[in-house]
Design a protein around this ligand. Structure first.
Ligand code: TXA
Ligand code: MG
Length: 348
């Protein structure tokens, strides 16, 4: 057990920066806020430091990490070469929720990239994250600060629940604004490919880069198996303890199916997850509301899954609206459910 210290950045920013940077310099771990989710950081240039991340999270060794930088010129320290279109993407979307896969520089240890010859790089938009990386003076490898398999932490207390006793410092700076992890864009081939959808969408990228593809596994929504482009794709992710079923199709058809399932289940053990506007149609049934729109759903999703577990629920019925919620939310919820999707139009 490592004693875990909690510092509130809003109250004590200087202490948070100084203690965070000092721990990173000593090859120790620090949980810090980003605009997407909380990250579990270590000095990305040190094998020893990075290996602590895998231990603390219980992360499979073959799942590579994202390297976070504070200034553009650190890109050259992390990547062996930067194709023109990757540079364009960085200039347009950094700082922000976009991770760019590039050929890896020799300076980045093997365990950061899990043996791959590529590396993911991102400059976060969160001012505290950038200040911490700048103060540490090194690139910071950081996965999401949850234990492997659980929903990503969008509040410091989520990271605390998972990692208390496993990390020396958690820096709390409130809830993460974006709420889903960064878009992962593979820039090592001829055409950029989205490996993980996020707040930066295919359309946004295409406006700047021309053609951008979606990885085929994102279109079939099936858990990728075997050898995959992004190792993170093949693991069960984000899963709550409760059983989760995702309902898709026309609104009325979804409601009918959800209500029938809800009403047939033990009282008090089940909840419906939906956008605010749909809640009245479920009348007095237990709702976990996901917000007004896609942006709200992105920000709320992981916290909602954790809340459901805190309430001890057994069954979660998710009213999907892919048009409003967007690909990032649909991708995370499909994974969280272990791809338990019910097409209500097909069941009429
Ligand atoms: O928003 C985010 O990206 C957050 C914050 C902390 O920055 N980080 C995050 O990291 O979500 P993590 O480790 O939970 O997810 C990293 C994803 C995984 O799916 C991993 O497989 C993929 O990025 N990835 C990392 N390096 C890669 C590489 N060289 N090639 C392909 N995929 C890679
Ligand atoms: Mg993660």
């Amino acid at each position: 057990m490592i004693p875990t210290k909690l510092i509130f950045a809003a109250r004590d920013r200087e202490a948070a920066l100084a203690e965070g940077a000092a721990l990173l310099a000593q090859d120790e771990l620090v949980v810090f806020p980003t605009e997407t989710v909380y990250g579990l950081g270590a000095n990305a240039l040190r094998t020893q430091a990075v290996s602590k991340i895998f231990t603390a999270k219980g992360r499979p060794q073959d799942n590579p990490l994202i390297v976070h930088i504070a200034q553009m010129d650190q890109m050259e320290m992390v990547a062996r070469e930067v194709p023109e279109f990757a540079r364009k993407a960085a200039q347009e979307f950094w700082p922000g929720p976009l991770s760019i896969i590039l050929p890896k520089s020799e300076r980045i240890p093997e365990n950061v990239s899990a043996g791959l010859c590529t590396v993911a790089v991102r400059m976060p938009a969160h001012p505290f994250a950038r200040d911490l990386i700048a103060r540490a003076g090194v690139p910071v490898a950081a996965p999401s600060a949850n234990t492997s398999g659980k929903p990503s932490p969008t509040q410091a207390r989520h990271a605390f629940e998972d990692l208390c006793g496993r990390v020396p410092l958690i820096i709390d700076d409130g809830a993460c604004a974006v709420g889903v992890e960064s878009t992962v864009l593979d820039c090592t081939g001829e055409v950029p490919i989205i490996l993980r959808p996020g707040h930066i969408t295919q359309q946004m990228l295409e406006k700047v880069l021309g053609q951008v593809k979606l990885h085929p596994s994102l279109l079939t929504n099936e858990a990728a198996q075997g050898k995959v482009a992004s190792p993170g794709m093949k693991y069960r992710h984000y899963a709550p303890k409760a059983k989760l079923i995702v309902f898709t199709g026309e609104k009325k058809a979804i409601e009918k199916r959800i209500i029938s399932m809800y009403d047939g289940y033990d009282i008090g053990q089940c909840a419906i997850l939906c956008l605010d506007a749909y809640a009245p149609d479920y009348e007095l049934r237990r709702i976990i509301a996901l917000g007004e729109d896609g942006k709200g759903a992105q920000a709320r999703l992981f916290a909602a899954l954790r809340e459901a577990d805190e309430q001890g629920l057994e069954l979660l019925l998710f009213h999907a609206d892919p048009m409003q919620m967007g690909l990032a939310v649909m991708n995370r919820i499909a994974k969280a459910s272990g791809n338990t999707l019910v097409d209500c139009d097909a069941q009429k």
